[in-house]
Design a protein around this ligand. Structure first.
Ligand code: UT7
Length: 322
């Protein structure tokens, strides 16, 4: 039986730091309020001439180096993003060209903050069915470009970043299971209500911004990600004690803590990195994973449960043995 095994990870954060004190000068807020309600101290903002593919490329090169392979070894590229460089070609095709790979499939996945989890599920299926042997799976976003910087309800939360992993075919797992869900009935609670086909003028005039019903999204995120833990453990006939690390979507420390508490995980087994990069949407989970691996916290042999939750709503989990 073929499994998909994670053999390398990488990440990248843009240089520019935007602190809560910087935000105090932009909207009616305070460092204390943001810390108390979100746990976010700072986030990164891409430079004017820096785009999602640039972030994806930096993270990908790191992941390839960590895996000890070159771009030519990759036979599948999946990029999760909501903030593609261009309407088309996909950011995955742009990334493929940057890395000097050609011929094998490359495409984007759009599931907002759950995008990386969806991309992992797809790459896992490719590998398990023999459609690919070495996949590059990326979550990268320049979410700052779709934020209204005069809206204090959203602008304090989001940031830019990229994360990537290499998955390789192996006889031992690897990815143990994946679980995906979507429910379009909640499309209006978290969205950018304009796009290419609808009200493109807003995109052209640079006013296609994220809107969010914060407290409703908050409640949904906690419930969905807590339920996902139970679903994932049950599917693998495991208990929480079989899992070494929980990586919930990095949106808000209060959401992360609530999920950890409900699922019965002690706080020292729950990964938190949102404090220094904010909600980077599809990049949040691979960023948190890579940082924890590089810090020596998450190690080979560990079992890791990763979860995403985003606009749509979309939500999902990946259970992985490193
Ligand atoms: O990837 C998934 C995407 N999104 C999320 O996961 C985010 C989910 N939601 C949240 O993180 C939280 O709902 C927020 C951080 C956005 C807001 O926190 P909250 O505890 O739910 O606050 P609230 O929306 O209930 O607002 C409480 C008060 C309001 O004032 P009044 O009506 O009580 O007078 C807001 O106007 O806080 C006010 N407020 C702020 N005050 C200072 C809202 N934003 C700010 C702000 N600074 N930035």
């Amino acid at each position: 039986m073929i499994h998909a095994r994670l053999t390398g990870s990488g990440s990248y954060l843009p240089e520019k730091v935007l602190t809560n004190h910087d935000l105090e000068a932009m909207v009616d807020t305070s460092h204390e309020w943001i810390m108390a309600r979100t746990g976010i101290a700072e986030r990164r903002i891409a430079a004017e001439n820096e785009f999602t593919c640039d972030l994806a490329e930096r993270a990908s090169r790191e992941a390839l180096t960590a895996a000890g392979i070159g771009p030519a070894d990759i036979d599948l590229v999946v990029v999760a993003t909501t903030t593609a460089d261009q309407v088309f070609p996909s950011t995955a095709c742009l990334l493929q060209e940057r890395l000097g790979i050609s011929g094998s499939p490359a495409f984007d996945v759009q599931a907002v903050c759950a995008g990386f989890i969806f991309a992992m599920d797809i790459a896992n299926r490719f590998i398990r069915t023999g459609g690919a042997r070495r996949a590059l799976v990326v979550g990268a976003e320049t979410f700052s470009r779709i934020i209204d910087w005069t809206d204090r309800g959203t602008c304090i939360l989001f940031g830019d970043g990229g994360g990537a992993v290499v998955l390789e075919a192996d006889e031992t797992p690897g990815i143990l299971s994946t679980h995906l869900h979507s429910d379009g009935r909640y499309k209006d609670l978290l969205c950018v209500p304009t796009g290419v086909s609808r009200n493109y003028e807003a995109v052209q005039s640079g006013s296609a911004f994220t809107t969010m019903a914060g407290s409703e999204v908050f409640r949904w995120a906690v419930t969905a990600m807590s339920d996902l833990v139970a679903e994932t453990l049950a599917a693998n006939d495991m208990t929480k004690d079989d899992v070494d690390w929980l990586i919930p979507h990095q949106a808000n420390v209060r959401i992360i803590n609530a999920v950890g508490r409900r699922a019965g995980f002690p706080s020292d087994k729950v990964i938190v990195t949102v404090d220094h990069h904010g909600n980077t949407s599809a990049a949040s989970v691979p960023l948190a994973l890579d940082e924890s691996i590089r810090a020596g916290k998450i190690r080979t042999g560990d079992t890791v449960l990763m979860e995403g939750f985003g606009g749509g709503f979309t939500w999902g989990s990946v259970l992985l043995k490193l």
